[in-house]
Design a protein around this ligand. Sequence first.
Ligand code: MG
Length: 473
Amino acid sequence: MRTRTLAALVALLAPASLPAQPATADRPNVVMIFCDDMGYGDVGCFGAQGYATPNLDRMAAEGARFTDFYVPCPACSGSRAALLTGCYQERVGIPWVLGPKWKIGLAHSETTMAETFRSAGYATGMAGKWHLGARPSQMPIHHGFDEFLGLPYSGDMWPYHPEHPKGYPPLPLIEGDRPIAEVTPEIQKTLTTRFAARAVDFIKRNKDRAFFFHLAPNMPHVPLFVRDDSRGESGAGAYGDVIREIDEAVGSVLQAIRDEGLDEKTLVVFTSDNGPWLSYGDHGGSAGPLREGKGTCFEGGVREPFIARWPGKIPAGLVQRQPAASIDLLPTFAAIVGAKLPELPIDGLDVRPLLFGEPGAESPRESLFFYVNGDLQAMRSGKWKLMFPHDARTMRGQTPGHDGVPGKYGNLKVGLELYDLDADVGETRDVAAEHPDVVARLQKAADAIRARLGDKRAGFEPTEVRPAETATD
Ligand code: MG
């Protein structure tokens, strides 16, 4: 209770720097939809097979589709920390996945995307999965969101886990910063619909003032659940049913925006936190033509489908092939709505020229880096992808799981490997020996980031890392 009172007091003492005003065609509402474990190949317009995603496909046809959009971390917490701070996850001290009993969470000294919108006078709300701290004082309402309905962490960290039923405490459904129910299988079935309904409700309640809503479905992360009346509707099994429900949720949000006459005043973006969880076989997604999946820094782990729609600003049918990343969304949104950037240094860059399809626009970033829990594992620069030596998990030669029970990963020794993504998006042919100059140039850029953000495996201590926070409640 004490933290809640304090937070309320702080909000009173520090009013939004701009007064609440309605969104306009130049200063739009923003809805950010961020799925969990969705593969690059899980959306129709990105090549999904066996089921349809008509709402996402229409959203892309009316807006833009990015073919080379990345997250800097191939797992939940790190990817969400990066998204919401505009920083590499290493910089903000959330390098990997937080456990449900941990007291570690995103530091309150970080400026989140929600706080950035709030400083510009926006109403802010969130529904879905958080995973940046599980204690009451760490919930989204203490990081800039006016309201929150959702899960504190992943939907499989619960007593119904097929392999670790005794390893997890009850999974709470949270409203604000308090549990309102223990999540049972019956409740899981309703969550995608329930979170989307909260988004729709928020849009209707805030239609007369500018708003930012973060919809973070806990699907298609295992365990897979849909409403009873959705089962079998995709004709493509449990995974197809889940994607169909996510697509339906996106459709309901877009319809609400249309119904309120906010189409031209609302930017909607859609993507996911990391690639498919391949060990789950038929309950995991597809990376399409990309190699490997979640937990690895091959393209399948870190390249995500990305769709953005803002009629009148984003040209309909734009296909953007320049690289961009989730860390770019905060500074890009801030530039669009006229909000100040966070005081502390961030890594994201303003990619408005890519979003708006300006002719000849190029990625403002020389290199993008991919870390796994303190180890720099890969980087992309232009068409090149350089992998650094490490052990990765792989399902190659392994037996995938089925019906919600995972298979076992094998181990893959990754060397210093170079891939030409223009010629070989599947990262099948290591061309390091043919391009020693490229390898040397990229290694130099990697050493520069190692000196700042560290690299445990290579023996670099970080100099610019800001620690996460340990809760006292
Ligand atoms: Mg995830």
